[in-house]
Design a protein around this ligand. Structure first.
Ligand SMILES: Nc1ncnc2c1ncn2[C@@H]1O[C@H](COP(=O)(O)OP(=O)(O)OP(=O)(O)O)[C@@H](O)[C@H]1O
Ligand SMILES: [Mg+2]
Length: 232
């Protein structure tokens, strides 16, 4: 039975879609795992970041209504159901649960790039076996993390992943505070992923970190592999 991993943060631009794709690609390279990515982002950034540009018109909404629809192959063993619009009909949540249950028998992992829209976000959190939270180490985001239990079921949160780290004084301050807060807790506090032009260039080329042999990102590759191990 497949496992659902939801990548979640209410803030934009923290790297949800990017991290979803990286973890999905890493997991698809382990043990011949079959991976599916879902999203509540009608911009379908995961597809864009994977460098796949194809037409689709029967996305998740179609799957909910008819049990079938577009399935985009992003890589070997790595598939994506696009979102065509964010207007969900009433009762979609029940259908989504049934659909995800069915897909769990076909995929080893279902990763969800979860954007805060309507109720679908809530549903994606309920469906999650694991929740991963990418965050930036700014004051507002970190205060949010300290109050995380107001937002999500902490028992499901498996990892917090600081991203776009530029080693400023305040970021280092918050890294320590969060590190202390999470000590003795079962939530994995990942090594911060640096803000790096090379990473955005890779994304621009439609490549994942696994597809780069640059020594520059060896450590980042290893950190992401470790995060994938922890949450899987
Ligand atoms: N560590 C990093 N260094 C440099 N660029 C990064 C890094 N992480 C992510 N990015 C880039 O930052 C941009 C925003 O990331 P992403 O789209 O994944 O954020 P998001 O949380 O999904 O945003 P939204 O809420 O708008 O969907 C992307 O172009 C991505 O390639
Ligand atoms: Mg996104």
């Amino acid at each position: 039975m497949g496992k659902v991993i939801t990548i979640k943060n209410n803030k934009g631009g923290v790297g949800k879609s990017w991290l979803t794709l990286q973890l999905a690609h890493i997991l698809s390279n382990i043990d011949n795992n079959k991976i599916l990515v879902l999203t509540s982002d009608s911009q379908n950034n995961v597809m864009l970041y994977a460098g796949v540009d194809i037409e689709f018109n029967e996305g998740l909404e179609n799957w909910l209504d008819k049990g079938d629809g577009d399935m985009v192959a992003l890589r070997e063993n790595l598939y994506y159901i696009p979102l065509t619009s964010s207007n969900f009909k009433r009762g979609f949540d029940k259908k989504l649960k049934i659909l995800v249950e069915r897909l769990k028998s076909e995929y080893d992992y279902i990763l969800i790039d979860s954007v805060p829209i309507l109720n679908i976000d809530k549903c994606f959190l309920e469906l999650a076996d694991s929740i991963v939270i990418p965050t930036m180490l700014d004051t507002a985001s970190c205060k949010g993390i300290l109050n995380l239990s107001n937002e999500v079921d902490l028992a499901k949160v498996k990892a917090i992943v600081p991203n776009k780290f530029s080693k400023t004084k305040s970021e280092k301050f918050w890294k320590n505070i969060l590190g202390d807060f999470l000590k003795g807790n079962s939530i994995y506090f990942a090594e911060p992923i640096p803000q790096m032009a090379f990473l955005s260039e890779l994304t621009h080329q439609g490549k994942t970190v696994l597809e780069s042999s640059s020594k520059k990102i060896d450590e980042i590759q290893n950190s992401l592999i470790e995060i994938a191990r922890v949450v899987s």
